[in-house]
Design a protein around this ligand. Sequence first.
Ligand code: ZN
Length: 453
Amino acid sequence: MRYTLLLGLALVASMMMLSGSICGADYDLQKTPSSLKAPLETISSKRVATAELAATPRAGQVYYLLGNLDKLRGTVTTDAGAQETSFQGEIGFKVVPDKDGQMTFILESLNLVSPGVQTNKGDSGVIGINLADAGSKSIYDAKTGNTVAEVRTVLHYDLIDEVMGFIREKSDECAVFNSYTEDMAGTLQIKLPERLKATDQAEVSINGEVRLELKTPVVGAIQNTLVYIDASKLIWYLTRPAQVLNVQPVYIGTGSGDPAATGAAFNTLINRAAEIWNRCGTVRCITLRANQPIYINNNAYRLLTSADADPAEAAALRAEVNVPDAVEVFVVERWDPLFDGGGACWSSGTASAKIITCDQQLNVPCPPPCVGGGSCGAVNLFHLGHELGHSLTLGHPSSPGSLIAGTVGSLMEPSGFCLDNPNVQSAKNCRSATSPLLYWGRSICTKSPNIMD
Ligand SMILES: [Zn+2]
């Protein structure tokens, strides 16, 4: 597991570009290494300009103060004692000055991801923490700069899935394997500059910590976490920047020179996924970034048995690669016999989310092997966009389970293997999408959702 992790990181560092636009679509599939997050000052969202700096900020003007968190030290107390680890993620406040110039801070995002720690029940695997409810009011003391927010968070780690199994969101046409999660509560305590004003004069340095305690155990191997926010930088914005989701493709073959390697469908699928998620643009900019593929040299994975008939086979494939900061997308040749929509998402909405799909998505056999017919050939162009929606905590509209129900008639409708998911994005899907893997990045979203609700 550690080996595959290191392999993943090494490949991320030697990133290559993915192909560009489809049909002239103006989306933005990121092409830079996931390990090199865009410096905040280069993020292409509207910054607070000097001209807009006011000694008394305009009441009601909304500002955003946010930043990525890198290489944070953390102590995770498990049933095996205290363990040191590192975290990365993002933090974001919405800041609203009142007419007296007092500023109200609302903690809108806090995402933390760690490679994991040892517990008495085994390696935790990737740990993901994110806010249970966005919009936690924070108290900022202008005299001291001390800022405190009470936070409730969702906690998930791989070991929970191993111990508890998955919650199957039942649908005849697309398989979703959701995770049990645990709740934590505690405080974010940081020191901001005194008498802080919205300005572009400098980055805002913060120091502090996040202390969280387990409230509703499911497995309970992690009891509390303490994450030190040392020397992190925040920047003021007038508009929220894009949030980036990293995707890690995994193919079956010996390497990029293997003509028989799987993954032929991936570039088309990821470009369509990037295009439909870019449509969130005017509501909330969400962008995808794809790593260079990782190859598994084991032909036994080319053809998967239906995950219902043999769940161990798909589980073994998923266990082959763990990249902590990305959604792994495993591309096999096909499922035999046909498995639901020919693809599925496990650990939806968590930092451990993984998708298995197949090249046959764009090469559906003729006649269509589905009850009731359908199409054959390059059918499922938006299939990966749909599965990535699951990784962003969205469920099907018709079968609300532990996820947030997607919009009726949108991309999140299941469609089966012989019919594509709707080429329709919705504002609600965009607003509801959440994952501990999201971080602030450089992108411009210019499109709008098809359904504005
Ligand atoms: Zn689905």
